[in-house]
Structure formats: C-alpha cells, structure tokens
Design a protein around this ligand. Structure first.
Ligand SMILES: CC(=O)[C@@H](O)[C@H](O)COP(=O)(O)O
Length: 258
C-alpha cells in the first residue's frame, strides 16, 4: 500500500490540505481518520516569526504527520523562490508544494513560471511537488529539470468537480518517471478511487473533506476509496467494450435445453 516519493516511503496515498476547516479540532480529527502521512500547509497561514506559539502548527504537529508547505498566493517564479526559502527556514523542511497562480479567480497554475521555479529550486536542493495543469508535455519538462513529483489538476481548486482531465492524466501516468499525485477538484471519494484506478500514485484532497458535514467521516471515506482504487488498479480492470452491444456474463441457454 505504500509508495516511494523523494526518497521516503509513504504508507498512505492520500495527502490532505489543511485549509477551510471550521476549526483546528475538526482538521485534526479528519487528518487522523484519513490515515494521511503528509499534509499541506499554506506558508501564509503560519506565523513564521512566532512559530512556537502558532496554533495551526501546534495542532498539525500534534498529529505527527509530515508537513508540506505550499506557496499558495505567489504569482511568479521569483516570488515562489522567496517563499520556498522562507518555508525552509520556518518549517525546517526541503519539501515544497509549488503553487504559482497569478489569477485569483480561477487559481489556474502558470506553467511557465512553475517550470522556471522548479528548475531553480531543484538546484537549491528542494523536493518540489508542483501543482500544474494536466499537461503531459509540461510534466516531462518538469522531470527534466528535477521535479520530485507532478501534481496535475483534476479540476480547478475548490470546485469539487471531480476529474475533468481524465484522458490527459492517463497520458501523464503512462509517461511519468516520477510519482503522479492528482490534485485539486477531487470532490468525492469516488473521484479519488478513479485516480488510483487509473494508476495515479496518490491524490491530494482539501475542500471535499474540509467542507463536508462530518470532515472526520469524510476523511475516513477517502481513506477507504484510495485503498479500493489502488487494489482495483493492481487487480487490473477488465477492458471496456468498444461496441454498445451487451456481452453476457452468465450463460444464456434456456433452462429447457439441459
Ligand atoms: C491545499 C492545497 O494544496 C490546495 O491548493 C489543493 O490544490 C487542494 O484542492 P481542493 O481544495 O480542490 O481539494
């Protein structure tokens, strides 16, 4: 059930975002129920100067999961590099979820700035997990400059629309030499199961769990869905029929023929 990323083994293929929870208690309960081992934390939400007193950090640290700072809010590669250095100092980690989205309306990632920042940050020793469009060509270019993983979007952040980029994610998975983590827009456990069934290494989910009526229960539902998707992928799904004609699963001979 584990997978390897950036030289570490992760026991869970579910990564969680920590925004939008109604309280730190709900967030901690969801993290625990989900079985995740890595959560993102927006650098902007952390008081880096008083990190010992920071309540969000204290709550997250109490869970024992690995923290993955994200650069949410930056608009250029230069800003991302600056934010990465701050994150490394504040959270004492080289891991970084790279998010560069200049447009606050759709929060779509800027592919050019993301490629530039990945190249610079990889040379500085960061382990980069870039949030990107489901663009197979960009994924290869990111691999060439030293990315640790790729995080293609299923749909825009926070929309809960599910995996609208399925065919492109399939190409990315087919070509990838680094882990593929489907990120953003995953709205239901069945979307997470689909990503794993397609062969994705993991998923990152925030909104669907944080805004659920019961975030802890939803966290557990995602945990089960990810395990189910992984198992289905390993078991190898049967081929889809090209024609609309039905194909009987049971004998169609009449009982009178016996
Ligand atoms: C928290 C985080 O990293 C988000 O930027 C991420 O992309 C999650 O997206 P959803 O909120 O759509 O799950």
């Amino acid at each position: 059930m584990s997978f390897s990323i950036g030289g570490i083994e992760m026991g869970s293929r579910l990564l969680l975002g920590t925004g939008k929870f109604s309280s730190n208690e709900n967030m901690v309960a969801a993290i625990k129920a989900s079985g995740t081992e890595m959560v993102t934390v927006a650098l902007k939400r952390v008081d880096a100067k008083r990190k010992e007193q920071d309540e969000l950090l204290a709550a997250l640290r109490s869970t024992g999961v690995r923290l993955l700072p994200n650069t949410s809010g930056v608009r250029t590669a230069d800003e991302a590099v600056f934010a990465a250095e701050l994150a490394r100092e504040a959270l004492e980690t080289d891991w970084l979820k790279l998010e560069i989205h200049p447009d606050p309306k759709y929060l779509l990632p800027d592919p050019i700035e993301t490629l530039k920042a990945t190249e610079v940050l990889a040379k500085k020793g960061f382990k980069i997990l870039p949030y990107i469009h489901a663009d197979p060509v960009l994924c290869k270019r990111l691999e060439e400059v030293g990315t640790t993983a790729v995080m293609p979007l299923g749909a825009p952040i926070g929309t809960n629309l599910g995996i609208k980029t399925k065919e492109f994610i399939e190409i990315i998975i087919d070509q990838a030499k680094v882990p593929v983590i489907v990120d953003a827009g995953i709205g239901a456990p069945s979307d997470a199961a689909l990503a794993l069934e397609l062969g994705a290494d993991a998923v990152l989910v925030n909104t669907a769990i944080a805004v659920a009526g019961n975030p802890a229960q939803m966290g557990e539902a995602f945990k089960l869905a990810v395990a189910s998707g992984e198992l289905a992928y390993k078991a190898k799904l049967g081929p889809k029929q090209l024609s609309k004609k039905a194909s009987a699963s049971s004998p169609l001979t009449s009982f009178l023929d016996v």
